[in-house]
Write a protein that binds this ligand. Structure first.
Ligand SMILES: [Zn+2]
Length: 434
């Protein structure tokens, strides 16, 4: 399949089947905003809860956090965002279009050849005002990263939970950047969701833990069902690194538009905590009982993009198969990520006994799985629709079911059908989902 083609097909499937819609579409859309529909929000939540389970619930050394999006403006002075989070921009004096200086090959407008203005610094933080007065004193920013919410709570978590190094704080949340050149569907957007861990370690252990986290996070994407050959690590060159960073490795996915970052795993040294010690009224230190001294921990930061991961999972699971003269589109999603686990389909929607039985099965299975009842088309069409949204199992109730108390269970990937007693259905499905 041609890769551009794949991207178009994904965007179309996402809209048609309720994964992702264009933001504010009925008003002509708001550029670069996307809304997750009924199935998109389930997929996204499944990815987020698998992350949370892996890095928070299954570990005793990492604590969860949900910090406010709006933070004190001084946070962004301490972090460096107020001064350095900028792009160099030029405007075309003729057509008024705006460009990133880095993207230009010569000193002329790439659109019309017009003359360009001098370079201006443009801060990428989105600003708003708190309270009724619109003045500079009330100006705040929508956070450009979730990390600072974790750093400023370092002492709170230390005092409340009393952990020993190494320990971490993890958070999933929205962040905002006024990107000049967003694009590639949901890959680069101005409003996006991050899943970040800040892992605090003794300075001498930083390199060891950096390596460990790179491996661990790479494995996590494989555990999402993403094919290994579509994942790679890319070590940042020295000139790509932030001045304080000791090292950074990206986990990249082979998107239809090329290899691009899913997650960065950085060794941030002691920069962040030292900055907050300098700019706030607190001292961001940890008392090492072994050495009997206060130290500023180093930080290892695995920082992933939720929206990018959703997109990678969709691209990776999209399959087309030729069956007789028809193309079957199937999302081969890992079962734990599938928005709907089981679809219950009555073979004849005019037969009220079949419908009644189908509803009873739906209700019963719903206590254990995400189940959807659907009778809006013929069985062939219903199967195709469930394949397109990655539903692992379809349960069909037919006339025989009324007497033999059995249903047909169809497997998404093999399309093999199994006749299963209704009494056994829950156990059967449990075993399939293990
Ligand atoms: Zn121009």
């Amino acid at each position: 399949m041609k890769d551009n083609n794949l991207m178009d097909k994904l965007v179309s499937l996402c809209k048609r089947r309720g994964f992702i819609f264009h933001g504010s579409e009925v008003y002509g859309g708001l550029a670069n905003t996307w809304d997750y529909g009924p199935l998109g929000v389930e997929l996204k939540n499944n990815i987020k809860s698998f992350w949370w389970k892996t890095v928070v619930n299954n570990r005793s050394d990492i604590f969860g956090l949900d910090a406010a999006i709006l933070m004190h403006p001084d946070v962004w002075k301490a972090s460096g965002h107020a001064q350095n989070f900028t792009d160099n921009l030029v405007d075309c004096k003729n057509c008024k279009k705006r460009f990133k200086l880095d993207d230009l090959k010569n000193k002329k407008c790439p659109e019309c050849g017009g003359e360009l203005t001098d370079t201006k610094k443009f801060n990428l933080m989105l600003e708003t005002h708190l309270g009724p007065v619109d003045d500079s004193a009330s100006r705040v920013y929508l956070r450009p990263e979730t990390a600072q919410g974790i750093f400023v709570n370092f002492l709170n978590v230390l005092n409340a939970m009393r952990p020993k190094l190494p320990f971490g704080i993890a958070q999933i949340g929205k962040a905002f950047r006024n990107e000049i050149t967003p694009g590639n569907f949901t890959f680069r957007t101005r409003e996006f969701e991050q899943m970040e861990i800040e892992y605090f370690v003794l300075p001498e252990d930083a390199e060891k833990f950096h390596k460990e986290w790179i491996d661990r996070r790479f494995s996590w994407y494989k555990d999402l069902g993403i094919k290994k050959e579509n994942l790679r690590l890319r070590v940042h060159e020295k000139d790509e690194l932030a001045h304080y960073a000791k090292g950074c490795t990206d986990i990249e996915y082979k998107f239809p538009f090329g290899w691009s970052e899913l997650e960065g795993v950085a060794n941030r040294g002691d920069f962040d905590l030292k900055q907050h010690t300098e700019h706030s009224a607190k001292v961001f230190e940890y008392f090492d009982t072994v050495k009997n001294e206060k130290i500023t921990p180093y930080i290892i930061e695995p920082s992933g993009g939720v929206d990018r991961t959703v997109l990678a999972v969709l691209a990776d699971s999209y399959h087309e198969e030729k069956i007789k003269d028809e193309i079957r589109v199937v999302l081969k999603l890992d079962k734990k990520l599938a928005p709907t686990k089981v679809a219950v389909l009555p073979l004849l929607k005019k037969n009220s006994d079949i419908v009644k039985m189908s509803h009873a099965i739906t209700d019963d299975l719903s206590t254990c799985f995400t189940v959807k009842y659907n009778d809006t088309a013929s069985i062939g069409k219903l199967y195709r629709r469930q394949d397109e949204v990655g539903t692992p199992y379809c349960v069909t109730v037919d006339v025989d079911s009324l007497t033999d108390k059995k249903v047909t269970v169809r497997d998404r990937d093999t399309m093999a059908q199994d006749r299963v007693g209704i009494e056994n259905l829950k156990n059967y499905l449990f075993e399939e989902f293990v």
